[in-house]
Design a binder for this molecule. Structure first.
Ligand code: G3P
Ligand code: MG
Length: 260
């Protein structure tokens, strides 16, 4: 496979000051608190993580909220599609009890609230955009305005990722300073090539590696590889040693914490 030498790629990312990668809390810290909630960020901060990933999408009244699924059922006491429910209804939901009664009435956070809290906690965001909307360009302008308003300007910008490469290309044209991660399910040379040609900054893929050579290979191409979602400490270590820039983890068990 022929791959062009990268030029602008990752320069932007590596030249800005960022905390060390390695371990990224997944959906906040989904093994220790309800996913995509402010409580999960607090757990991540308690454990001393530098980065958290979380998912955002738009609700019916236009607000950006933290939510993974298209529907409310699995992680709240509500029902229906997030894209069809206005924020005034979403804000009455309990997004914590399904996980543990200790988190009863934990709300569905607004994106703005999440950014504000993360900056206070000293955690860096990897924001995954779930594209549950049309009018992509307008939505991306609104998304960026949320970052400009709620993420302190002196800090390096958040890493933004999506499975939707068109969204990332729109973001790149609107705001060249924001590092972008392309999400794919399985690692492939085509995905590496897309990152290079589109001048995205990172490639995020599932841990479906049977051999780990592609990790080093991608690194040699200048494409940092971020691997999701891995909860076995030995496997995390193996992936990082083989060349992964970071691994997303829910950090589910005590053994992991002791080893960490
Ligand atoms: O961003 C990495 C990972 O979160 C992508 O998968 O389904 O957990 O959002 P998902
Ligand atoms: Mg995600």
């Amino acid at each position: 496979m022929q791959i062009k030498e990268f030029s602008l790629l990752s320069k932007l990312f590596s030249e800005l000051p960022y905390p060390k990668f390695g371990l990224i809390g997944h959906r906040g810290l989904a093994g220790r608190a309800p996913e995509n909630t402010l409580a999960s960020f607090r757990e991540a901060a308690k454990l001393g993580l530098n980065w958290v990933e979380f998912d955002v999408q738009c609700c019916a009244s236009g607000e950006w909220v933290l939510f993974h699924d298209a529907t409310l059922k699995r992680t709240t006491n509500g029902d229906g599609l997030v894209a069809e429910i206005p924020y005034k209804t979403l804000q009455t939901l309990d997004a914590g009890s399904w996980f543990d009664p200790r988190f009863q009435n934990e709300p569905v956070p607004l994106f703005s609230e999440a950014l504000t809290l993360l900056a206070q906690l000293g955690l860096y965001p990897n924001i995954e955009i779930k594209a549950n909307f049309s009018e992509k360009s307008l939505r991306m302008q609104d998304f960026l305005s949320q970052i400009h308003r709620h993420w302190p300007a002196p800090l390096s910008p958040p890493l933004v990722s999506s499975f939707d490469s068109e969204l990332l290309a729109i973001l790149r044209s609107l705001s060249p300073q924001i590092p972008l991660g392309y999400l794919t399910h399985d690692f492939s040379e085509e995905a590496v090539s897309l990152v290079l040609t589109q001048q995205f900054d990172t490639l995020h893929c599932q841990d479906t590696f049977t051999n780990l050579e592609p990790l080093q290979w991608a690194q040699k191409q200048g494409v940092p590889l971020l691997v999701y979602t891995v909860n076995d400490p030995k496997r995390i270590q193996q992936l990082l040693e083989a060349g992964a820039t970071a691994v997303f983890s829910d950090i589910t068990n005590e053994i992991f914490l002791l080893k960490d």
